[in-house]
Design a protein around this ligand. Sequence first.
Ligand code: ADP
Length: 451
Amino acid sequence: MWLFLFILAVVIFLVLWWIYRRQVIKPLRRALGHSRLLAEGKISEGYVVSGIPEIHDLVNDLQKIDQRVRQLSSYMRVEEFSLKTILASMVEGVIVTDTDSVIQMANRAFAQMFRLERDPVKRPLMDVLLQPDIKAIIDQALKTERESSGEVLIEDLLDQQQRRVFQVSASPLGEPGEGPKGVVVVFHDISRIKQLEDLRREFVANVSHELRTPLAIFHGYLETILENAELPTDEVQRVLRVMKRHSDRLNDLVVDLLTLSRLESGQIKMDYVDLNVFPMLERLKADWAGLFEKKKCRLVLSCPVPLPTIEADTLRVEQVFYNLLENALKYSDDGKEIEVGGIHEEGSKYVNFYVKDYGTGIPSDKVDQIFQRFYRVDRARSRDKGGTGLGLAIVKHIVQLHGGKVWAESALGKGTTVWFQMPTSRLELDSVWPGSEDPARQPNSPEVRSL
Ligand code: ADP
C-alpha cells in the first residue's frame, strides 16, 4: 500500500513537473530569450504559447513590443535612407557638428565644395576648413540658440586667382530651451551670383561713362549756341558737325548695346542655313570698296582650298566680318593691305576664318582681353576713331552661339590677325532658334551697322 502511494506520488510529481516545465519554465525561458534579443536590438523568431494566463499575457505583450520595435526600425531605415538620399543629392554642402564644432556628419557636396581629400567626419571643423568666420557663425547659433548666417569669402588655396563666396547658415539642433545638441550648417556657393553682380555693376559704370562724354559735349555746345545768338554761320556749322559726330557715336553705342544684350539674353532667333562664305566675302569686298579706297588700303581675299559650307546665320556671320574689317581698317595706317580668308583642313569639322592687318598691333599681354566688353588698348584712340569698345564682344558672342571660338594674334607695330573657328554643322548646342521673325535680320537692320 505504502509502495503504491509512493509510486503514485512520484508519478503525480513527475506529471506536475512536466506540466510546470512545459507551461511555465519553457515559455518563461523563451520570453526571456526574446526580451534579451529585443534588448540587443535583434529580431526574435516566434513565441511559445503558454496555458497559464499571466505568462500568456506576458508573452503576448512581448510579442507586441517586438512587432512595434520591428515597425519602428523599418520606419527608421526608410527615414535614414531618405535623409541620406536627400543629403547626397543636394548641391549645397551640409554638415552636422556637435557643440564642440566637431563634424558628426557631412554630405558629398561639402567634401567636393572644399576639395577635401580626407573624410571630415569626427574631425574639428577648424581642422577641416581653417575658417574662423564659419566657426563664428556656428558659435553664434549655439550661443543664441537661433539660426545664424553670413557670407564668407574663401581664397582658393589651389588657384590664387579664384575667390569663392559662400552663404553659410547654421541652425541649432534640439528643442528650444533645452540647450542645443549640435548645429546643422548649410553652405551655398554664391560665387557665380557675386561675379555676375560685379559684372553688372561694372557694366552699368562703363555704360554711364560712355554716355557721359557725348552728353557733356551736347550740353556744352548747345549752351554756346544759345548764349551766343550772333555766332557766325561757319562756327555754328562747325559746332553742329561735332554734335553730329557725337550723336553718331551715341547711336553706334546704343545699337551695339542692344545687339549685345540680345545676344547675351539668348532672345535672338538664329536662321541657320548652309552658308557658302566665299561668295559672301566677295560681296563684302564690293560693299567695302569705297571705304578701302578712301584709306588707299587694299582688301585681299584668300582661300587656298575650296571651303565647305558652314551651318550658320548669314546676317550674323556678315556682322562678324563687318566688325573685324572695321577694326582692321580703323587700326591700320593708310595704304596698308588687309587680308580676309578661310582655311579648311581635309576631314576637319571646322573652318578657320581670319582678318589680318598690318596696323598698330596690340601688346602681347593685352591680346586676350580685347574680347571683353568696353576693353580698349588705347581708350582715346579708339574713341577718336568712333569705337564703342563692344565690337569684339559682339563677335565673340555670335561665334560662340554658333558653337565656335575666337582668338587673336598680334605683334605691336606689326599688325593683328583675328581668327574665328566655325563648325561645318552645328554641334550639340542646346538652344535652337528656328524661324526668323527677328527684325534685326532684315538687311536694313540698324544692328548691322552701316559703315
Ligand atoms: P572698338 O570699338 O574700340 O574698336 P572692339 O571691341 O572692336 O572695340 O575692340 C576692342 C579693342 O581691341 C580696341 O579698342 C583696340 O584697342 C583693340 N583692337 C581690336 N582690333 C584691333 C586691330 N585690328 N588692331 C589693333 N587693335 C585692335
